[in-house]
Design a protein. Sequence first.
Lengths: 190, 393
Amino acid sequence: MSNHTEIRWHGRGGQGAKTAALLLADVAFQTGKYVQGFPEYGPERMGAPITAYNRISDTIIRAHSNIYDPQYVVVVDESLLETVDVTSGLKEDGAILINTERPKEEIIPHLKGYKGAVYTINARKISMAALGKYFPNTPLLAAIVKVAQIMDKDTFLREMRSSFHHKFSNKPEVIEGNMKALEMAFEEVH
Amino acid sequence: MARRDRLSGNEAVAEALRQINPDVFPAFPITPSTEIPQYFASFVANGKVDTEFIPVESEHSSMSAAIGASAAGARALTATSSCGLAFMWEELYIAASNRLPLALALVNRALSGPININCDHSDSMGARDSGWIQMYAENNQEAYDNMIQAFRISEHKDVKLPIMICQDGFITSHAVENIELLEDEEVRSFVGEYKPENYLLNPECPMSVGPYSVTDYYMEAKRNQAEGMKHAQQVVLDVANEFAGLSGRKYGLFEAYRLEDADRAVVMIGSAAGTTKDAIDRLREKGEKVGLLKIRLYRPFPAEAIAEALKNVKAIAIMDRAEGYSDHGGPLGADVMAALFRAKSTALATNIIYGLGGRDVRVEDMEQVFKDLQTMIVQNDAGDTYRYMGLRE
């Protein structure tokens, strides 16, 4: 099980947590890894809490269960900190990444004593600056790639540009904005 | 040349269908199979296939249209899940009894109620006696590979029966994983052109399809239908053999994983088999002799081969992702127990209902199943032969 990374995403329906997990699988695949990206569906409605998962490994992945003891957790919507046990099973030598406008010190008391690393990013600010709209998943994708050291920045940006060209072939005007959001997030996560 | 890619199970099946380029695809959407006709519709719109795609108003109609197309001499299929399959019930029997070699990409989902969109096998298990061949997949790769082999089995002159290619809803249908794809030309030459022997649109040989059968003939017609099923096992093996030559991936009627020297075995269907393999590897590292028999072909049921593969095992857990409401177990449990009985097996066997409505299956859950099998061996008693796994008390 050498070099096997497990990530759990917490978001709300409509925020793109599932898309982010699938994009992460996509970009990790491009670097030759075995990958899994999958959502856990509850009631399908905008705003309902949803969970998505990633496994990224050097060896073939066979397990098809959800992830209970992740190395990394991404919280796409900080209001979930009050309602979902986001640090459940999270490894202490791992990290949690939270999208928030608040300073980190204000967030830590809501993490039920989690002792691992805590990272925050203001995805709203980045998304509004880069895209003019609020899509938190793009900045969070870049941030988790950096935090979990999935790959280096140049490789990541190169692979994402090629992925966006494929994904947004019908609306190429959004590619530059998304690329800018990724670059800003890579710098601003801390 | 294989192409390495990453696709969800639904994308993988849609990709196989693009490569097969069938004649007719009528469809009505239902979660979690919707993406299959959705992706395929974009192939049609972009001219990647020349399939006649027919959006219909219900699953009753999608299967009826597939039957009509198949009877006319076309290579046809549709896709569905759960209540969509239930709404095709009457047509399932009509397709099979008319010996129409059409395909159904089924994405397994629980039947209502309570209403639930997640995976179990209650939909396809209910259709196990409808006369369709049923094949199941552990992951996206197997769903893709089974889809490519489907028409070769279904259209074989000794079989001529419809085929259901099943995969687990969301767990594989919506999970993006690595996959190896074949080249388009390889798939097209493997699947070949469909040349039906008898078909409605043949002016040289007028025929009728689906006529009334008086009592005097009905039973012979049903026995003939069973004969097609009897030949299917060998055809499945022959097609798998040829497919292995093309892809390097070997398939049989079932997969035996670390079973050759096992004293304890799990028998199951679908995506949880991968999780079970991880549990087996963990226990094997501790020297425990545990193994898995994963069903690929469920209809026809390879009873003799399964009993043979399990002949040295002392304790067996047969895992059903569907209730049978017989009050003594699920459908796979009944089939495997009957196979063991006929082979005069002395193994201790229990039937476990698990994973209903998408209830998650963890590696630890499967380790516990093997532990329970050990208890059965130690006590020389199967204990409760009809149990539930992962149920909240």
